[in-house]
Ligand binder design. Sequence first.
Ligand SMILES: [Zn+2]
Length: 240
Amino acid sequence: MDEVLRNLIALQGVDSEINQINLKKKTLPEELRKLDNEFASLRADVEKSRALLEETIKKHRELEEKLKKAGEALKKAKEKLLEVKTNKEYQAGLMEIEAMEKKNEEYEEAIILILDEIDGQKKTLKDKEEQLKIEGTKYEIRKKELMDELEALDEKLSSCLERKKELSSSLAPEIMKKYEQIRAINHGLAVVPAWREVCSGCHMNIPPQLYNELYAGDKLIYCPECHRILYWFDQSKDNV
Ligand SMILES: [Zn+2]
């Protein structure tokens, strides 16, 4: 194969790799952000459950405090009842005690319910914390992978650019100019293989005479449709 063509094929390979690297330089930080956001929302959910549990524990303490005070008040009311002089005062005292006892029962029932609630919330929190731990490990591993990949891109890119410089300088300026022009109008792809009389860039047929010249590989052939530089490549071997 003609050396110019060989260099052009290599240059196209390097340029395609540069495109891939630049694309990854854009998508990897996005992927990292998404990963961070997902983990942050998981952590926020655990914090929410923890806050809810603390709130319920606080309510339980308040209820216990109310029950304690109500118990003391009841005790005092019962003592007071022993000192009353009249039947009317006694009846009033009894009613007061009855109301207080009812209130005490209500507090006790509320405490039983809230203790159940605390148990449920503790279990939920524990499950979520365990899940967070598992996800946290996965998150750290994936984050490191992405960071390493991102870091390696700069090194890859500079070696690609170095290689592009070498290849560019080995090609005549007018060929380089043409190559860049074709690349600019063809989404970065200027050199494409052809096989069985079809251009792999635009998938159009190549006239037989041109295809024969292409097979010889001793001069630059352009696709009559998309104007890309063509080279003959046996794709049947590639697919075996
Ligand atoms: Zn074409």
